[in-house]
Design a protein around this ligand. Structure first.
Ligand code: ZN
Length: 500
């Protein structure tokens, strides 16, 4: 059996300040860079990306792999037409070259599912359409997806099956890649296409309400498993949606794939009804910055373990630049003793710290490059690093991070900040340890993250507070200036205001 493997991953935020360019695929902090066929298997095999799980299963099954190209960029604004076409051209050139060498039995793609390209709002629908056009109707195609994807009818139409992760924090990325590969094997064995059913849900779920560790999403995922088992489907996927993409298919969706149409329809219908019934439970619990910091200090005074604060609205994993200073300013104003913020993405300030040297005092216009609101501080440079470390947490363990020149600084008594030259979501304890800080021994950890931090940080936390300081990854999508959503979609769970 001969199967092609490639990938193209991006989560695009229509309202984020900075578009995603080709250079962002070449230097994705914390993830592998663009891979060509010659390097794909050796680079991705030991990594934490979904394709690693697909590769493992294929190799265990004795499949001959035809490697294609693969690329990932961190979430930010829509992908430029140039960047989309450059990576798409590589992948489909490689696919055609693989076909010239001999027939293919299938194609697995490692996709995110929430990419918006400047010229194709449903970017994955377009990628799958192109793959199908090259392979024809008879060669099966499956893909793994991030559950933050905005699933579209075109994606379901052009793929044979789609396998979103089941967890957020995403600790089953490789399992989902393996599941997509298994679905490819099952589809090949079936000898004909799966029946499919696709349903979109009528309300957006805010990012912080999507965590699968706690209700209501934990309960919804349990219902998913029961329905999938009862109806005997090959796959029943839930896509939570990425509620920052301004196009008609933004939002929550389910897709079922089964040997017969009745089972696929019954599973999708039952699960859509279950999600409709849970709507009001999905409204989020969020603190304003000042109140959040006051609460963190109050809890930390009596706690032996750190209070963890999520600076959710500047989450680099959601398209934030990782450099807004609202939460930091509040930590300084309220003299939050023993607080460490990870991170401020500001190459200029990191460079000034490196020029000054460890122990020096520097005046910085810190962060705020993305929103024009930097914080003027005089800071002590405590430690300098090259920003390179290997992640150790349950989500990204094994991934090499390269954040460029990095500095640990103290901009006010008792408060420390990790300043980096590239952005990364603060979801891994190694980010702290590489500047000499043991996270479990701190009083307050402030993290640029929305939910992913919970995998590595929640077990050690005395309390977790989600805080809404300034940033583009708004905790309440209903406040965004959407213009292209589909009619009838509610922007907030339980909200009776609908888009026109
Ligand atoms: Zn995700």
């Amino acid at each position: 059996m001969r199967i092609a493997i490639g990938g193209f991953l991006h989560e695009s935020h229509s309202f984020a300040p900075i578009p995603t360019r080709w250079a962002d695929f070449l230097s994705p902090g914390g993830w592998p860079t663009v891979q060509r066929p010659a390097t794909l298997l050796d680079t991705l095999r030991p990594s934490a990306v979904p394709a690693a799980g697909a590769i493992r299963l294929a190799e265990e099954a004795g499949v001959t792999i035809a490697p294609l190209s693969w690329g990932f960029a961190n979430p930010a604004g829509p992908v430029t037409a140039e960047a989309f076409e450059r990576l798409a051209a590589l992948i489909f050139h490689d696919l055609q070259a693989a076909l010239d060498e001999g027939p293919l039995d299938g194609l697995y793609l490692d996709l995110h599912g929430a990419m918006v390209a400047e010229h194709f709002p449903d970017a994955e629908g377009e990628l799958l359409r192109r793959a199908r056009a090259i392979l024809g109707p008879d060669v099966p195609i499956t893909a793994s997806l991030d559950p933050h994807c905005n699933l579209t009818a075109a994606m379901v139409q052009h793929a044979d099956a789609l396998a979103p992760f089941r967890t957020y924090p995403h600790v089953d990325m490789k399992e989902a890649g393996a599941r997509a590969m298994q679905l490819l094997f099952d589809r090949i064995a079936l000898g004909r296409p799966f029946a499919k059913a696709f349903r979109q849900i009528d309300y957006l779920i805010p990012i912080t309400g999507q965590c699968t560790l706690v209700p209501p999403m934990a309960d919804a995922m349990e219902a998913r498993a029961e329905i999938a088992a009862r109806e005997g489907v090959a796959e029943l996927g839930l896509c939570f949606g990425f509620p920052y993409a301004d196009f008609p298919d933004c939002g929550v969706a389910v897709a079922a794939f089964a040997a017969d149409q009745d089972a696929a329809d019954a599973a999708a219908e039952a699960f859509a009804a279950d999600l409709a019934a849970r709507e009001s439970a999905f409204a989020p619990d969020i603190h304003e910055a000042a109140a959040g910091v006051a609460e963190a200090i109050r809890i930390a005074t009596k706690a032996e373990r750190p209070v963890v604060m999520a600076d959710t609205q500047d989450n680099p994993g959601g398209g934030g630049h990782g450099d807004t200073t609202g939460l930091l300013a509040e930590l300084i104003r309220q003299k939050a003793e023993g607080a460490v913020l990870a991170l401020i993405n500001d190459a200029e300030s990191a460079s000034a710290c490196h020029a000054a040297g460890e122990g020096a005092e520097v005046s910085l216009s810190l962060g705020g490059k993305s929103d024009g609101a930097p914080l003027a501080v005089t800071a002590r440079v405590l430690k300098l690093t090259d920003g390179r470390f290997v992640c150790t947490g349950p989500m990204a363990g094994g991934n090499a991070a390269d954040l460029g020149p990095t500095a640990l600084i103290s901009p006010a008594p008792g408060v420390r900040v990790i300043v980096t030259s590239r952005k990364m979501q603060a979801y891994d304890q190694a980010l702290f340890r590489h500047v000499g800080i043991e996270p479990a021994a701190q009083r307050i950890l402030a993290l640029k993250s929305s939910v992913h931090f919970r995998a590595d940080f929640q077990p050690m936390a005395e309390a977790v507070l989600v805080v809404a300081a300034p940033g583009p990854v708004v905790a309440d999508p209903a406040t965004l200036p959407f213009t292209r959503l589909r009619p009838g979609l509610r922007l907030r769970p339980g909200d009776n205001r609908r888009t026109a």
